[in-house]
Design a protein around this ligand. Structure first.
Ligand code: GLN
Length: 288
């Protein structure tokens, strides 16, 4: 049967049967087993997901079958779908995503929305993004605010190469530099600083769950408390922000108080926290 866990090659292998098989075994590691199966099979067949729904009785060739089963084996390790297909959609942009980069999360789109709201109607703004990863945040801002001038940093050269290739792919002009937070950033003043820093506490068992072990640890956690990077970013922001400039940070659902406290400690004002689509505190912004 096509439903065998070992993926034994019995006929026939229709799209519908393969999806049922894959969804059944991915339940053990993924809370989006059906979607994962569809994305991976569509990738294998080089079609979109609606093709799978339109042609459920179509059979896979043996090459397609082998490829799909190989992907499902890797997904079970688990490797994130975005690493297996090499891309992830963020803010309606297809972004190259590799194990050198965090997989962009849908809740991070809130950071982009908030920056775009703040700069709407203003003359060209100078924006600094710290820890850009795939480049997702900077690319989305640049796409919808093309006059803005964006400098994006990352400590990881392989991540910067991915970000650069994404900028090229989407024809967006962003300056990328290798930097440990502000270390290599020239002392210019920015209107906006934005970051989705590593904020998970090193001892949080969440780090060893789901797809997280496959992602770069330095993009997820910066130390014992999870607030280490946030501290460095807020402390340095005073130097790099123009008066009245804004800083916006993504953080953990339980870090609103701590992040607000750090902003107050460094004299920021107009501090507010936004909640994501799961009604969790997710982004805090403040003004110099
Ligand atoms: N939001 C991510 C998660 O919870 C973590 C991303 C980060 O640390 N910046 O999986």
């Amino acid at each position: 049967m096509a439903g065998n866990d070992d993926g034994a090659h019995d006929a026939p292998y229709t799209i519908k049967q393969q999806l049922e098989w894959a969804t059944g075994i991915l339940y053990s590691i993924s809370c989006s087993a059906a979607l994962d199966s569809e994305v991976l099979l569509a990738f294998c067949l080089q079609k979109n997901r609606s093709y799978l729904m339109t042609w459920p009785e179509r059979e896979l060739t043996s090459d397609q079958y082998e490829h799909f089963h190989d992907l499902i084996r890797k997904r079970l390790q688990p490797q994130p779908v975005a690493y297996l297909t090499g891309s992830r959609e963020f803010y309606s942009m297809e972004l190259t995503t590799t194990p050198a980069t965090l997989v962009p999360r849908p809740e991070t789109e809130m950071l982009v929305d908030s920056v775009l709201d703040l700069i709407a109607g203003l003359p060209a703004q100078k924006i600094l993004e710290l820890g850009t990863g795939t480049g997702a945040i900077s690319l989305a801002i640049k796409k919808y605010a093309p006059e803005s001038e964006i400098l994006a940093t990352d400590i990881s050269l392989p991540a910067l190469q991915v970000a650069q290739s994404n900028a090229l792919k989407h024809h967006l002009d962003i300056t990328f530099i290798e930097s440990d937070w502000y270390q290599s950033v020239q002392r210019t003043k920015f209107n906006i600083i934005v970051s989705n820093p590593p904020y998970i506490a090193a001892s949080d068992p969440y780090l060893s769950q789901g797809d997280l072990p496959a992602e770069p640890l330095q993009a997820l956690s910066s130390g014992e408390t999870g607030l280490e990077a946030i501290n460095v970013i807020i402390q340095g922001a005073k130097e790099y922000l123009q008066n009245e400039g804004w800083i916006l940070l993504e953080h953990g659902y339980d870090q609103q108080q701590a992040v607000t406290g750090i902003f107050l400690q460094y004299g920021f004002r107009d501090i507010s926290t936004l909640r994501d689509f799961n009604d969790l505190a997710r982004v805090t912004l403040a003004r110099k």
